[in-house]
Design a protein around this ligand. Sequence first.
Ligand SMILES: *Cc1c(COP(=O)(O)O)cnc(C)c1O
Length: 384
Amino acid sequence: MIYFDNAASTAVHPEVVKEMMPYFDTEYGNPSSIHQFGRKAKNAIQKARKQVAALVGAEPDEILFTSGGTESNNTILCGIPTDGLNHIITSTVEHEAVLEPCRHLEKNGVKVTYLSVDEHGMVNPNDIINSINPQTVIVSVMLANNEVGTIQPIKEISKICNQYQIPLHTDAVQAVGKVPINVKELGIHALSISSHKINGPKGVGALFIKKGLTISPEILGGGQENGMRSGTENVASIVGFGKACEIAQERLNENISHFQTLHSSILSKIVKEIPHVKLNGHPEKRIFNNIHLTFLGVNGEDLIIKLDEHGIAASTGSACSVHTQKASHVLKAMGFNHEQISGSLRMSFGYMNTLDEVEQAVEVLKKVVSELRSVSPYKTKYNF
Ligand SMILES: *Cc1c(COP(=O)(O)O)cnc(C)c1O
């Protein structure tokens, strides 16, 4: 099997599993308890908080543990104090975990501006200047897109937000571990991270909230997480997430160059071996563990099924949109027509993928694309 769907989820790193194990059977205390069991659990959480903070250049007390990227996005968008103001700026290419909370807020009278993007899926920072008004409470633009891998000009956007004194949130779920991130250098106020996209366990993540920015708590109860998210902490998962962040930081440069090697290898092989292919997303301003392509005249879903039959796991784009069976809102926003959207394929690499796997995958792709094109309704259009 070849797993090229690391943008959907990743294998938990063996060192992470090892680090988590004691918190199931021996260190099982409640972090709020005063005895040794409790103190050990509490210390483990504090260690993890430092590990997460270090990966993004934050202070440990600026890290709020959540159940993942979705909850982090919901927490900031729904928890930001409005003081009677009612306008949010976001983009048309955000993950559903940003778009759905925005749509929910719209039902409650909040106005949302959805910024358009260019053909690479990139937001124009000048559009933010034009969208800001005295009612604007927050700007939320993702760092790297989960479908096409484009990196947004967050630094430019943050300059504008800071000038107008409007908090900036970024969904960095896909960017963490793929590019260096420093919240201070970027000048951002909130940032979402998910553990399972960086070789940590599922169901845990974090929201960085800059000191001084107060948001209302989402879950009330025993006052855990500084009163921001009550409920007994998911100690083992938090420990694993912390370890995953430590590993991601230690091996950041190594992983980036590995991803670049895989990316350029698969791209050059595909371009050489398969005709009528289009590379999507920004060619340079991107995360390199993601390659997104359109095979004209092919249905992407048929392609995924064929690849799966040959032991290759890939995706049409967003695992989440599979439930809704909708055409990708990201590709639509980039101006793709129906045929271009239909023929799209995302392959996303992890640290374990190899050049050998790339070679095998291209051989299979060449074969299945040609099979699907031989029965394609576009057969004569392209003279396949
Ligand atoms: C996966 C993903 C999320 C959701 O994270 P979960 O931890 O699965 O809730 C949010 N945003 C982006 C960009 C993602 O890729």
